[in-house]
Design a protein around this ligand. Structure first.
Ligand SMILES: [Fe+2]
Ligand SMILES: [Fe+2]
Length: 196
């Protein structure tokens, strides 16, 4: 991995609105806890956490334009809700700036929805993004319990989160991204179980 990309990402985070850079900092902290618990490479987890929301400030129109420029496939769920593209666009922008770590790329790319076959580094960042302390109030269930589960087993925590999230989308009449369904199906196919 080129060491220059770490500096590029760190500098980029420094230009982001304060609320966003604070969120990134909290994600980095929690992802690092998961990394330690699961013996993941701390530097790669840190880079992925720092990079995940670099394009979260962009407007939907801009994200759609960038997605088309980069040749990113745009699903109808993303057409409907273009902010979902901020991970894909960030991953592609970083690739053009020298990111050559496929695991980090995938972690950034898929951090909004999850995806089948994600590396544990990407799973740690996905869960940290959803469970960082300032987001705990947005769930109808205890995110502390889910965080404790993630410290023990990333796959079990991912299955629980995706199951709860998909159920909530259905309950509210919202679209469900197929990547989230596929990620959950993969975990079920591996023999994991979770019921609401
Ligand atoms: Fe994000
Ligand atoms: Fe985030």
């Amino acid at each position: 991995m080129s060491s220059g990309i770490h500096q590029i990402v760190e500098d980029w985070v420094g230009t982001l609105p304060r609320g966003l850079s604070s969120h990134i900092g909290r994600v980095e902290t929690l992802a690092s806890e998961f990394a330690q618990a699961h013996k993941l490479e701390a530097e790669r987890v840190r880079l992925c956490a720092q990079a995940h929301d670099l394009c979260r400030w962009m407007r939907g129109e801009e994200l759609l334009t960038k997605a088309h420029e980069f040749g990113i496939p745009v699903h109808q769920v993303e057409e409907h809700n273009p902010i979902l593209l901020h991970g894909q666009v960030a991953a592609e922008m970083l690739r053009h700036k020298g990111l050559d770590d496929q695991v980090v790329y995938d972690g950034v790319y898929h951090h909004s929805t999850a995806y089948p076959g994600l590396h544990p580094i990407a799973k740690a960042v996905f869960l940290a993004d959803k469970l960082e302390p300032n987001k705990s109030g947005r769930y109808a269930y205890s995110s502390e319990a889910l965080k404790a589960r993630a410290m023990k087993n990333l796959d079990e925590a991912l299955l629980e989160f995706l199951s709860r999230e998909i159920a909530a989308y259905l309950a509210h009449g919202q679209m469900v991204h197929p990547s989230a369904l596929e990620a959950r199906n993969e975990l079920l196919a591996q023999g994991l179980t979770f019921t609401l």
